[in-house]
Structure formats: C-alpha cells, structure tokens
Design a protein around this ligand. Structure first.
Ligand code: FAD
Length: 317
C-alpha cells in the first residue's frame, strides 16, 4: 500500500517510526524485537534508513595508516522486504544519492520493485566525514530533486538506457525531507523552501520533516510551504530526547534549536534516565499538540529505543 493512500483518507493522526538496519556482523533479531514491542500501537508504516560507504583509517602494525572503505549498515533492501513480509506493514526504505551512481540507484529500485516495496524516501544524504561538503558520485545525483525525477520517470517506464526493450513501469510513492528550521547548508529559509518545492514539483508525494522540539517551527514551516504552493502532506518528525548530552549534540548535528523551557528541565537532570523521562514527557507534550492540530501522521525517530516511543504511541491509539 502506498503511504499517500494511507495518509490521505485517514480521519485521525497515524503513527509511523524509523529504524536503522543492523550493524554489519549483527543479525536482525534486535530490529525485530523493536518492532515486536511497537506493533500493538498499530504503526501504519516503518521507515528504514540507508547508509553510504564510509572511509576509515586503521593503524597497521608497522605504524602506517590503511585506508578502508566500509559500509557499516548494509542490507536496507533485504531487511525492508523481510520486515514488510513478516509484519504485513508497508516499509519505506530510504534511497540516498551520496555514494551511489544513477545505475546503482536504478538497480536498487528494480530490486525493491521485485520485492513488492511500493514506497521510498528520496534523500541526498550527507557528505563524507572527510569532506567539507557533499560530493556526488561520478554519474550520481547532486541533489534529491534529481533522484525524485529518476524515480518518478519510472512511472512512465523511463529507464536510464533509452534503448531498453519491453520496459515495465514502476510506480513508487515518493517521500522527501523538509527542514522546519532550514537545512544546515541552505543560504536562507526561503531558498531552502524553493528547493523543497522543486522536489515536490518533480513528483514527490509527501514531505517528512527533520526533528524539531518546538511545534511552532513546524506550524510556521507548513504555513510557509502552503504560501508558496506546496500542497502535499507534511508529516512531522519527532525525536524523544534519550540522553543528557543530546541537548547539545542534536542542535550541532541537525542544525535545530532546543527551546529554553525544555533545555532548562534537561539541565536539572542528574542521570541519563532522568533526562530520558523529561525527553519523553516533552515528546508527549509535542505529540498531543500536533494531534490536536490534526497532523496527518506522527513519525517517530526511534533509533531502536522503544520505551519512550511506546509512551508516545499510546496517546495516538
Ligand atoms: P536536498 O533536498 O538535496 O537538499 C540539500 C541542500 O541542498 C539543502 O541545503 C537545499 O536547500 C539545497 N538544495 C536542494 N536542491 C538543490 C538544487 N537543485 N540546487 C542547489 N541546492 C539545492 N541521510 C542518510 O544518509 N540516510 C538516511 O536514511 C537519511 N534519512 C533521513 C530521513 C529524514 C526524514 C531526514 C529529514 C533526513 C534524513 N537523512 C538521511 C539526512 C539527509 O540525507 C541530509 O539531511 C542531507 O544533508 C540532505 O538531504 P536532502 O534530501 O534534504 O537534500
């Protein structure tokens, strides 16, 4: 089932969550445990992240450094299909530009189509840690709008090779990312929004937001999107704070603000358990307000932690 067909007719706010594929070397048991703990709250779909290759330098016995290319979390396509079949819930694997050529992306989409996956979230991905900015692969995409275009072209059977014969069409429902507090690299909020509109105009069906801790930022973002003609559903992304140090780490990584009222409560905490409880209460406060304002779906960034997600999901049921 396509996410857009789940969201649009829904009379009440839906619940979805995001997971990471297992680290290389691990099996999928932990992932299934996470889903088992959340399934009773009737998630309508599950997102699964994709992680590009990374470069690591390892010190050899002779003291020299060895450069290694590692993919720490492989297997998104296979795990996405395994989850979808095990639980009968649509899975939305993320497709990223970074680290992938257009051909590799096309082949991934073909695999997903064979496996019965109908939804993807199209993203640019971040630059490598060793690079100051995003560098596309040779023959890869520079921005998510180009990726959306590639995916949407398949709805009309437009593959990369125009000489391909007997082409089948692939009709993926496509989500894209939006940033209520502006993407870190964007020159200003207005430009960022114009690029978001470009992704929607390329054929994206809906938007999922970066996490935010102040709902006013989301409402303002939706209003600004509507003002420039973005009409697709905008799903808010919520992250329950889980550790004390996230109060400073999250703003740095995601270029977001933590409201002082919330930060002050976290500063009073003496342990991570206390901070986690305060974080959960804040996420519940945000969720209640978003539901009251009839958002289409609440998308929870779980990072594999279920106790706080369960408490939030309870209020949606
Ligand atoms: P884009 O839409 O390409 O935007 C990136 C920047 O370029 C922005 O500043 C934008 O204003 C600008 N821009 C956009 N289009 C153009 C253009 N045509 N010309 C010039 N400038 C342009 N990362 C992963 O690696 N794996 C994941 O699984 C993953 N999942 C995510 C899920 C969600 C819901 C979100 C919000 C983010 C996720 N990310 C993931 C992180 C994401 O890849 C980064 O935030 C990345 O830096 C930007 O991705 P994007 O798709 O928004 O890029």
């Amino acid at each position: 089932m396509k996410i857009i067909d789940l969201i649009q007719p829904a009379k009440k706010t839906l619940f979805s969550f995001e997971l990471l594929p297992p680290l290389k070397g691990q099996n999928a048991d932990k992932l299934y445990e996470t889903i088992d703990e959340l399934i009773e709250y009737k998630p309508k779909y599950i997102n699964l992240t994709t992680h590009r290759d990374e470069i690591e330098y390892r010190t050899l016995d002779n003291g020299l450094l060895e450069k290694k290319i590692v993919r720490k979390r492989p297997g998104t396509v296979a795990i996405a299909a395994a989850i979808q079949y095990k639980y009968g819930i649509p899975v939305v694997p993320h497709v990223v530009c970074g680290g992938f050529t257009r051909e590799e992306t096309e082949n991934m989409l073909i695999d997903l189509n064979f496996l019965g996956i109908e939804n993807v979230l199209a993203l640019r991905g971040d630059g490598l840690k060793s690079e100051n900015f995003f560098v596309p692969e040779n023959n890869g995409h520079s921005h998510a709008n180009e990726l959306v275009e590639q995916i949407v072209n398949l709805r009309e059977g437009k593959y990369l090779d125009p000489e391909l014969k007997n082409k089948t069409t692939m009709d993926f429902c496509v989500g894209v990312a939006g940033y209520p507090e502006k993407h870190a690299e964007a020159s200003n909020p207005e430009t960022d929004l114009l690029y978001l509109k470009q992704k929607v105009d390329a054929g994206a069906d809906y938007i999922v937001t970066q996490m935010f801790f102040d709902n006013r930022k989301y409402y303002d973002f939706v209003e600004r999107c509507r003002a420039i003609g973005i009409t697709v559903p905008i799903i808010p992304g919520i992250k329950p704070l889980a550790l004390m140090n996230q109060i400073t780490i999250l703003p740095k990584i995601f270029s977001i603000d933590i409201p002082e009222e919330f930060a002050a409560e976290v500063r009073k905490c003496k342990t991570n358990d206390e901070a986690r409880q305060v974080g959960t209460e804040w996420a519940i406060y945000q969720a209640k307000d978003l539901i009251a304002n009839k958002v289409p779906c609440l998308h929870i960034y779980t990072y594999g932690i279920t106790d706080n997600t369960r408490q939030i999901a309870k209020i949606i049921l």
